[in-house]
Design a protein around this ligand. Structure first.
Ligand SMILES: Nc1ncnc2c1ncn2[C@@H]1O[C@H](COP(=O)(O)OP(=O)(O)OP(=O)(O)O)[C@@H](O)[C@H]1O
Ligand SMILES: [Mg+2]
Length: 336
């Protein structure tokens, strides 16, 4: 099950999440939108796995389904809970509540996760209250020490979220996610709404907290610059599927999927070699997916087989997985 010596924290097998597409007066289901379309992934203990891809490719849906905020359509998630392998979707409500304590989410817009009517203090300790952990004194102390850890003065405990800046709110959102001492955190675009300088502060904070709390993180972003800064490994998603996954340097330098190549070339500050690749068209409609490779309609290198056969995500040299019929023969450009 595990590979590369490091232990697997979260194992995702053939995960699917479809949303029904409804039409007409009676709202009859007429099809499915395949937001997550057969994803298998391993997230290793204490790593930050970066999940990158363009808007609408299914990143948030994948993150939420992994921690069962959305019910899956199919597939399984195995969570390593201190050595016990737990099949998350097989758990009943009560057991799930217990396991959920180890899984938290950090959101892009802290306003959606913070309760505006509650003080910063009450927001931070809410997960403890919900799970009946500690008494008033314990919770208060935890909130005070967390606030300090995320770089806010104690005076902020009595404030309300509306009186905080975006960066401060995100710090409170992080304190709240960590108050219950989770082991696995899904961070969904946690810095996307922030100024670049504040982004760097929050990313550094997350790095520090990760080592202190021994966290395993799935870090979702459409911004490769951010992903490159924070991730140990990178998974590239396209229309519901993972098309490439590898250690950061490998993915960036020895790119093996044409979509990754195009993504990299579109970020000038990464120092991509040669010209920018402009992809024509748009990703396929996840309600009516094409036969063959999902990227074939936009790929610069498509051959006949690409329009007919869907390539599997297969292991290459090293810990590098690619879903492309021609990953061996193409000479793609990464960055330096
Ligand atoms: N609750 C829902 N009901 C129906 N369709 C949904 C729902 N949530 C997401 N979708 C659809 O699923 C697909 C994936 O959406 P998702 O939000 O996961 O993308 P994303 O990669 O997180 O995008 P972004 O970068 O914009 O946040 C999209 O086509 C979206 O319209
Ligand atoms: Mg999203």
């Amino acid at each position: 099950m595990s590979h590369n010596n490091s232990r697997v924290k979260v194992e995702i097998n053939n995960l699917k999440k479809y949303f029904p597409v409804k039409k007409g007066f009676l709202r009859k289901a007429v099809g499915h939108l395949k937001a997550v379309n057969d994803v298998s992934l391993r997230i290793k203990e204490r790593e930050t796995l970066g999940l990158v891809g363009e808007s609408g490719c299914g990143k948030s849906t994948l993150g939420r389904t992994i921690i069962k905020l959305y019910a899956p359509t199919d597939g399984e998630v195995i969570f390593n809970n201190n050595g016990d392998s737990i099949s998350v979707y097989d758990l009943g409500k009560k057991e799930m509540k217990k396991v959920r304590q180890n899984m938290q989410m950090i959101f892009q817009d802290p306003f959606s996760s913070l309760n505006e009517r509650m003080t910063v203090m009450d927001n931070i300790i809410e997960p403890l209250v919900c799970n009946n952990i500690g008494n008033k004194k314990v919770r208060g102390d935890r909130a005070a020490s967390l606030l300090k850890q995320v770089g806010l003065r104690e005076g902020y405990l009595k404030r309300y979220p509306h009186s905080l800046s975006g960066g401060q709110r995100q710090r409170v959102g992080i304190a709240r996610a960590l108050s219950i001492k989770p082991k696995f955190v899904v961070a969904d675009e946690p810095v996307s709404g922030l100024d670049v300088s504040v982004q760097a502060q929050i990313l550094n904070l997350l790095k520090e907290l990760q080592s202190e709390y021994k966290l395993t993180i799935l870090f979702i972003s459409h911004d490769l610059g951010v992903i490159r800064y924070i991730a140990n490994r990178i998974a590239v998603m396209y229309t519901g599927k993972i098309v490439e996954i590898a250690k950061r340097e490998k993915l960036l330098n020895s790119t093996k999927h044409p979509y990754t190549e195009a993504l990299l070339s579109s970020v000038p500050k990464l120092g991509a070699k040669k010209d920018r690749i402009i992809l024509e068209g748009t990703p396929p409609d996840p309600v009516e997916l094409p036969e063959g490779c999902i990227f074939s309609s936009r790929c610069l290198y498509s051959q006949d087989i690409c329009y007919n056969e869907s390539p599997e995500l297969t292991k290459q040299k090293g810990d590098h997985f690619v879903a492309c019929h021609f990953s061996d023969s193409l000479d793609l450009r990464g960055i330096n």
